[in-house]
Design a binder for this molecule. Structure first.
Ligand SMILES: CC(C)(COP(=O)(O)OP(=O)(O)OC[C@H]1O[C@@H](n2cnc3c(N)ncnc32)[C@H](O)[C@@H]1OP(=O)(O)O)[C@@H](O)C(=O)NCCC(=O)NCCS
Length: 313
C-alpha cells in the first residue's frame, strides 16, 4: 500500500549578524552597493558567528518546524540534513549532531550533499520513503554556512552568499502533499562551481553558472508539473532557489507567471544555498491556503537541479 507524504510543519533560522553591501565595501572589497543590487538583487546577507554552526542553525530551524507541526523530537523516525558545509569535514554528520541536540532518540540520521539543490533532493527521497510506508515522520533540514567558505577578497563570490537554515517535517497525509518531484544532475559541469580542498574557497565561473541555471529551471518546472498533471496556470506559489534575482525573474517571465506568485528573500539573505527554499517556505507559508499549488525549484553545484510540486494542506 502506498501513502501520501506532505509537509506537516516548517521553520527557519538566519543568523543575527546582518552584512549589508556597504559593509562589504567597508571590508575593502572593490565593489559597490549599486553594482551588487543591479547584478544580483542582493542588499544584505546574514553571517553566522562562531556559535552559529551548521548544527546550531539546523537545530533552531528544526525546533520551529516541529512546533509548527505540533510534534516532539521523539515523534521523528528519521532526520536528514541537506548541507555542503557540515561542521566536521567528514563525520559525525550534522544530522546526528542535530539528533542529540533535539533529544530525538535513536532514529536514523544522515547528511545529503547536493549543494543548492539539497532541499529538493531531500524532498524527493524523503517523500518516496514515506510513500513506501517505511517511515512516517521525517525531519528534513537544509542548512549552509557558505560565508566561511568564500575568499573575502574575491568580489565575484563574496557578495553572493549568506548563511541560514530551513526545515520541514514531512509525514503521511490523506490527500495532497508532495504530488511530484523530478531530479537531475549533469556532472560534466562540475568545474564551473566548486569548493575545493585547497584553497578551501568557492571557485565559480559566474557567467557559466548563470547560463546553465537559466537553461535548467524552466524545463525542470514543466517536467514536474506534467508529472503532477498540472500546468503553469495552476501554480499559486513559486519558490525558486535564491541565487540571483535575474535568474529568478527570467524564470517567471519564461513560465508566464505573475511576479507576485514568486517568493523572494534574496534581497535580505543573499544565496543561502540549500537553505533558501525552506526559508522561503517558512516565511511565505502563513499566506498559503489549503489546496494551493506550491512549486519549489532548486539548482546548484554539480550541476544538480530538481523541482517539487506540493499541494498545500
Ligand atoms: C557573479 C555574477 C553576479 C557576475 O555578474 P556578471 O554580470 O556575470 O558579471 P561578469 O562576471 O561578466 O563581470 C563583469 C565585470 O564586473 C566585474 N565584477 C565582478 N564582480 C564584481 C563586483 N562584486 N563588483 C564590481 N564589479 C564586479 C568583473 O570583474 C567584470 O569586470 P571586467 O569587465 O572589467 O572584467 C553573475 O555571473 C552571477 O550571479 N552568476 C551566477 C552565480 C550563481 O548563481 N552562483 C550560485 C549558483 S547556486
Amino acid at each position: 500500500m502506498t501513502h501520501s507524504a506532505g509537509i506537516l510543519g516548517v521553520g527557519a533560522y538566519v543568523p543575527e549578524t546582518v552584512c549589508t553591501n556597504q559593509d562589504i565595501v567597508n571590508r575593502g572589497v572593490n565593489t559597490s552597493h549599486d553594482w551588487i543590487v543591479e547584478r544580483t538583487g542582493i542588499h544584505a546577507r546574514r553571517l553566522a558567528s562562531e556559535h552559529e554552526t551548521t548544527t546550531y542553525m539546523s537545530e533552531q530551524a528544526a525546533r520551529k518546524a516541529l512546533a509548527s507541526a505540533g510534534l516532539n523530537p521523539q515523534d521523528l523516525d528519521m532526520i536528514v540534513v541537506a548541507t555542503t558545509t557540515p561542521d566536521y569535514r567528514g563525520f559525525p554528520s550534522v544530522a546526528t549532531q542535530v539528533q542529540v541536540a533535539l533529544g530525538a532518540g535513536s532514529c536514523p540520521a544522515w547528511d545529503l550533499s547536493a549543494a543548492c539543490s539539497g532541499f529538493v533532493y531531500g524532498l524527493d527521497v524523503v517523500t518516496r520513503l514515506i510513500e513506501s510506508g517505511g517511515y512516517q515522520r521525517v525531519l528534513l533540514i537544509a542548512a549552509d554556512r557558505l560565508s566561511h567558505r568564500v575568499d573575502w577578497s574575491d568580489r565575484s563570490t563574496c557578495i553572493l552568499f549568506g548563511d541560514g537554515a530551513g526545515a520541514v517535517v514531512l509525514g503521511r497525509v490523506d490527500t495532497g502533499g508532495v504530488v511530484a518531484t523530478a531530479l537531475h544532475a549533469d556532472g560534466s559541469h562540475g568545474s564551473i562551481l566548486s569548493l575545493p580542498n585547497d584553497p578551501p574557497y568557492i571557485d565559480m565561473d559566474g557567467q557559466s553558472v548563470f547560463k546553465v541555471a537559466v537553461n535548467c529551471v524552466v524545463p525542470s518546472v514543466l517536467e514536474a508539473l506534467e508529472l503532477a498533471g498540472l500546468t503553469v496556470s495552476d501554480v499559486d506559489w513559486f519558490i525558486p532557489h535564491q541565487a540571483n534575482q535575474r535568474i529568478m525573474d527570467h524564470a517567471i517571465k519564461k513560465l508566464g507567471l505573475p511576479a507576485d506568485r514568486m517568493v523572494c528573500h534574496i534581497d535580505r539573505y543573499g544565496n543561502t544555498s540549500a537553505a533558501s527554499i525552506p526559508i522561503g517556505l517558512a516565511e511565505a507559508s502563513a499566506q498559503f491556503k489549503s489546496g494551493d499549488v506550491v512549486v519549489v525549484i532548486g539548482f546548484g553545484a554539480g550541476f544538480t537541479w530538481g523541482t517539487g510540486v506540493i499541494l498545500w494542506q
